[in-house]
Design a protein around this ligand. Structure first.
Ligand SMILES: Cc1ncc(COP(=O)(O)O)c(C=O)c1O
Length: 441
């Protein structure tokens, strides 16, 4: 595949943009410059076409350029909806109503431009409510780029040490430039580990437990049975605010988020990505008692939420159209995504078995990840110890050369959209067969 124009563009941009990309998580090999997307497809600057499973890091649940979402965005412009920056708007009210209707634990909602802003606010609310400082996050989880949560995702084991159960991992920042002292109040725990959680609740004055319900930034690491139900009980016992980060799982796994599949009741939930099918929007919602701290009569208890672009009509119209479509089509759309997911899971499993390669496909609905190891991981340590990262990288790069785009970093989760067809999935399985044959030569 020819990437001449992509390479030239990257070199040119690299002169004025440090790293050549505006989110350094996007700096990968091959460094392809995509210029267009529609449905399940992407096209790059050289005119190559790809079947897309990256979905821009997961927001495109309905596929690129969904007609209904695009029409809503156009309508917001045709009707001269603007960001007045003063007073309320019909669209923020409608989006909040929809979010409350879709997710039963959300009694009230607020909107930001990104998921990171919304996770930041979850910590503020929890601290304001409890008067405590400490927070808990999971090793292998990702909750955004701000200080305190930008830590410990794909951490090399030489930094974490061996699996710690009853205890915590060292805070390993993802960034330089954080103020000192953060590590003292942020505690990184092993996922799926109730003993460590209770230990932390007994050891520190914990305000908030913030975690994805499934670790979807290191593939698909699922909670063990009743894990989250027990977490709820522990949070109640120790007076800790449970904030579920549904930025990746929300709307993707069910209209009511992952929580609705198991009747989980977090105090706060954070959404982003699929809530606006690719437009920049974050949301936080939950118990009225907590959310009302944004407007607490007492200044000392009041949590600041602000943002020039909060409630901007473009992402709000996109989100309203997305939520309305998902709500209307929930009985057909989610079963269809599940069926496409099962097709890819079964097909890939067979293809790897035929090639004699040890692989486990971990999947939740339309999100999946192939681990080159003999069982599904229960935490980051399983992956770091057993997953063949090098083979994973080579497999992904070889698929890209066949026009099937999986993000070329090991363990990164793949996302199917409602715009994918059974034929797209079949093509992906066939491409895997071809790639495995070529890799074995
Ligand atoms: C689970 C999770 N939470 C939070 C975020 C941060 O969202 P954003 O990139 O919109 O700030 C991400 C982004 O990938 C995420 O995957």
């Amino acid at each position: 595949m020819n990437h001449t124009k992509s390479t030239a563009l990257f070199e040119k941009n690299n002169r004025v943009i440090p790293g050549g990309v505006v989110s350094l998580n996007r700096k990968v090999e091959p460094n392809i410059a995509f210029v267009r997307g529609k449905g399940s497809r992407l096209w790059d600057a050289d005119g190559n076409e790809y079947l897309d499973f990256h979905a821009g890091f997961a927001p495109y649940l309905l596929g690129h350029g969904d007609a209904e979402v695009e029409a809503a965005v156009r309508r917001s412009m045709d009707e001269n909806c603007t960001l007045s920056g003063s007073g309320t708007t019909p669209w923020e009210g409608r989006a909040a109503e929809l979010l409350c209707e879709c997710v039963p634990t959300v009694e009230k909602a607020q909107f930001t431009s990104t998921g990171s802003e919304a996770t930041y606010l979850a910590l503020r609310l929890a601290r304001a409510q409890t008067g405590r400082d400490h927070i808990i996050v999971m090793q292998g989880g990702y909750n955004g780029w701000h200080d305190e949560v930008a830590c410990n995702v794909m951490t090399p084991l030489e930094h974490t040490g061996p699996r710690v159960s009853r205890g915590e991992y060292p805070f390993v920042p993802l960034s330089a430039g954080m103020p000192s002292g953060i590590a003292e109040r942020v505690h990184v725990l092993n996922f799926n580990d109730l003993e460590s959680l209770e230990w932390a609740f007994q050891t520190y004055e914990v305000a908030c437990l913030l975690s994805e319900p499934i670790l979807q930034n290191i593939g698909i690491v699922k909670p063990q049975e009743n894990y989250w139900q027990s977490v709820r009980e522990l949070c109640d016992r120790y007076g800790v605010v449970w904030a579920m980060d549904e930025v990746k799982t929300g709307f993707r796994h069910a209209l009511g988020g992952f929580q609705s599949l198991h009747d989980l009741k977090p105090d706060l939930s954070i959404f982003g990505k699929a809530i606006a099918n690719g437009y920049p929007l974050g949301a936080i919602g939950g118990k009225a008692e907590l959310m009302d701290l944004f407007d607490a009569p007492e200044a000392a208890k009041r949590v600041l939420i602000a943002g020039t672009y909060n409630g901007h009509p473009t992402p709000m119209f996109a989100s309203i159209a997305t939520m309305e479509k998902l709500k209307r089509e929930r009985d057909t759309l989610y079963p269809r995504l599940e069926s496409l997911g099962a097709q890819v899971e079964n097909g890939l499993r067979e293809a790897f078995a035929e090639a004699g390669i040890t692989a486990t496909i971990a999947r939740q609905g339309s999100a999946f990840c192939t681990y080159f190891m003999d069982a599904a991981p229960r935490d980051w340590h399983d992956i770091a110890e057993k997953h063949d990262m090098d083979f994973d990288t080579r497999y992904r790069r070889a698929l890209i050369e066949k026009g099937v785009y999986f993000f070329p970093l090991p363990t990164k989760q793949a996302s199917i959209s409602a715009a994918h067809s059974e034929a797209d999935i079949e093509r992906t399985i066939q491409a895997t067969r071809e790639v495995l044959r070529e890799m074995s030569n």
